[in-house]
Design a protein around this ligand. Structure first.
Ligand SMILES: *[C@@H]1O[C@H](CO)[C@@H](O)[C@H](O)[C@H]1NC(C)=O
Ligand SMILES: *[C@@H]1O[C@H](CO)[C@@H](O)[C@H](O)[C@H]1NC(C)=O
Ligand SMILES: *[C@@H]1O[C@H](CO)[C@@H](O)[C@H](O)[C@H]1NC(C)=O
Ligand SMILES: *[C@@H]1O[C@H](CO)[C@@H](O)[C@H](O)[C@H]1NC(C)=O
Ligand SMILES: *[C@@H]1O[C@H](CO)[C@@H](O)[C@H](O)[C@H]1NC(C)=O
Ligand SMILES: *[C@@H]1O[C@H](CO)[C@@H](O)[C@H](O)[C@H]1NC(C)=O
Ligand SMILES: CC(=O)N[C@H]1CO[C@H](CO)[C@@H](O)[C@@H]1O
Length: 488
């Protein structure tokens, strides 16, 4: 999931998530393309007046939306590039680094980035109560983009310029849907690692995690599977809780009084593997993200290290390694704390960095629940029912309502059957999100770009000398498409 090529949060407990998105655990952290504030990022914040409700002409309320501009590459007559913000703060580091700027330089483009409503500093309402969150949806976000494009085009004399939308992860879907719904405003889109198909249950995510771990070492997911089963087995016996608390360096003594609590604990531990697979070797350091050196190779190395003990002991070692890598004193695996944090409706609250908002969007639009419901995946113990119950707990949205919302989302955007033109869909083979993306050319001008061996949003990050050839070729291919489309 989650964007930011990255949030799915569950783990506000992994509070770092909020300062280093990709570190995030859980549903939320796992979609987002990291767009957190990088230290030292200098781009000036600008503000745009936006309507609260685009679909009610009788509602005149407005709010201020944050955006950023980079004019350094613009040449008169050039295109306008619009980077779409996602489910976390827009990170101005993207105004200084990233492959889209290389394209901008070559094509003489003006670069803009608009923060998504309800994330970062773009606050349309006084709080994050369920009543306020009614105004949080991809449709409202697309209407924000449309109005921003129209008004900025007029104000800067760029109404007739060719606008190109960029986004990775959820914003990748928005880039595709912006072109779909507002073709008169957007000439072309680059929709990277975009989950365009909404689904309540998303067990395929963990199936890809199995395959991605296996591509490092076929034994690796088998060992993870043994370890996860062993841990779940121990959870049945409260006498083991003291040892588990110590082995996993938990912040407080393990207490499990419900299935929800044990599911949360098992999901938190599995989350290390999910996050590492999703971002494996992405060149993200410029975003200020921690622990980018923890890769699939590193985790599989720990799982294969017999000197650490049985698979259970190695699994615990991975949890401690991750906590260390993110400078956390201990692992907070308490479901009670998670519920408390997610229920806080203040803009100063512990989940206001995006967790509360993104999980609301999953409950009211997308689903995307990364459950353990498939037999072909490594983990144990966090079924769909556990995930969907959170919608009721946090927002009073029932399982039936989630199911209806997801159907409606696909009806609105077309899901896999999206029909439009001049949208390119890059897709990384080890990124678990590709399972909900466009991975085959739909038509000549709705091409997919397959990048063997790369993770979430790899093509958007700055080039690195470690990049595989496939990734460099993909970046070049996307550039050629843009060049061709801008001549049309
Ligand atoms: C990011 O941009 C800055 C300024 O242009 C440059 O010095 C730095 O090398 C870039 N970082 C990466 C990872 O490309
Ligand atoms: C806890 O761990 C100790 C040391 O490894 C072991 O001797 C003991 O049997 C364990 N206790 C339980 C209840 O598993
Ligand atoms: C990752 O980098 C940190 C800080 O540079 C270092 O302490 C740690 O040992 C590295 N971990 C691995 C697995 O390479
Ligand atoms: C919400 O979080 C803020 C900031 O941490 C805190 O001051 C406030 O007491 C919390 N509200 C509730 C109802 O817990
Ligand atoms: C929850 O939703 C139901 C049906 O939509 C409604 O009847 C009920 O009043 C709501 N409960 C709360 C606490 O808002
Ligand atoms: C998909 O489209 C791209 C770009 O138009 C083209 O280069 C590629 O050959 C196509 N792939 C397939 C399998 O048709
Ligand atoms: C076009 C494309 O990228 N397709 C690939 C995306 O990922 C799937 C799963 O690995 C591949 O089967 C597709 O070929």
């Amino acid at each position: 999931m989650a964007l930011s090529c990255g949030p799915v949060l569950g783990r506000v407990g992994f509070v770092l998530l909020l300062s280093a998105c990709a570190a995030a655990h859980g549903r939320f952290a796992r979609l987002r393309r990291a767009q957190e504030l990088a230290p030292g990022a200098a781009s000036e914040e600008l503000w745009f007046t936006q309507k609260l409700d685009h679909f009610n002409g009788a509602d005149g309320r407005v709010w201020k939306q944050r955006y950023f501009v980079n004019e350094a590459f613009y040449k008169p007559g050039g295109p306008v590039f619009l980077m779409i913000g996602g489910e976390g703060p827009a990170n101005p580091a993207w105004m200084q680094n990233g492959t889209w700027l290389i394209y901008a330089q070559k094509l003489g483009a003006l670069c803009l980035m608009l923060e998504h409503r309800f994330y970062g500093k773009s606050h349309p309402t006084q709080d994050l109560s369920t009543d306020s969150l009614r105004f949080l949806s991809s449709r409202q976000a697309l209407a924000d983009l449309a109005h921003f494009r129209t008004a900025t085009g007029l104000a800067r004399g760029l109404a007739d310029a060719k606008w190109v939308a960029f986004g990775g992860s959820y914003p990748g879907s928005l880039a595709a849907w912006f072109r779909l719904k507002y073709p008169h405003l957007v000439h072309a889109s680059v929709a990277t690692s975009a989950p365009v198909h909404a689904t309540v249950n998303f067990p395929e995510y963990l199936e890809v995690v199995w395959r991605s771990l296996a591509s490092e070492n076929p034994e690796c997911p088998v060992l993870v599977n043994k370890a996860s089963d062993a841990l779940a087995e121990r959870l049945k016996d409260p006498k083991t809780f003291d040892n588990i608390t110590k082995d996993f360096n938990l912040c407080s003594k393990l207490q499990l009084e419900s299935d929800m609590e044990s599911a949360y604990f098992l999901e938190t531990v599995a989350g290390s593997f999910m996050d590492v697979v999703q971002y494996n070797q992405d060149n993200r350091d410029f975003e200020g993200v921690a622990a980018t050196n923890i890769t699939i190779k590193v985790l599989c190395g720990v799982m294969a290290d017999a000197s650490l003990g049985d698979p259970y002991a190695r699994y615990a070692a991975v949890a401690r390694l991750m906590a260390d890598a993110f400078s956390m004193k201990c692992l907070d695996a308490s479901f009670g704390n998670y519920v408390r944090d997610m229920s806080n409706t203040s803009w100063d609250g512990p989940a206001a960095g995006g967790g509360r908002q993104w999980v609301y969007q999953t409950c009211s639009e997308f689903g995307f629940y990364q459950s353990t419901d498939s037999p072909n995946q490594p983990f144990t113990g966090f079924p769909l029912s556990y995930q969907v119950k959170q919608c009721a707990a946090f927002y009073n949205i029932s399982a039936e309502q989630v199911a209806e919302a997801v159907v409606q989302t696909n009806e609105n955007y077309g899901g896999y059957a999206i029909r439009s033109s001049r949208i390119v869909f890059p897709n990384g083979s080890i990124d678990p999100w590709h399972a909900l993306g466009i991975t085959q050319n739909i038509t000549a001008d709705l091409p997919a770009v397959f990048i063997k061996g790369t993770a979430h949003c790899a093509n958007m990050y700055p080039a690195s000398s470690r990049d595989p050839l496939q990734l460099s070729l993909a970046r070049d291919g996307i550039f050629l498409l843009l060049q061709q489309w801008l001549e049309q």
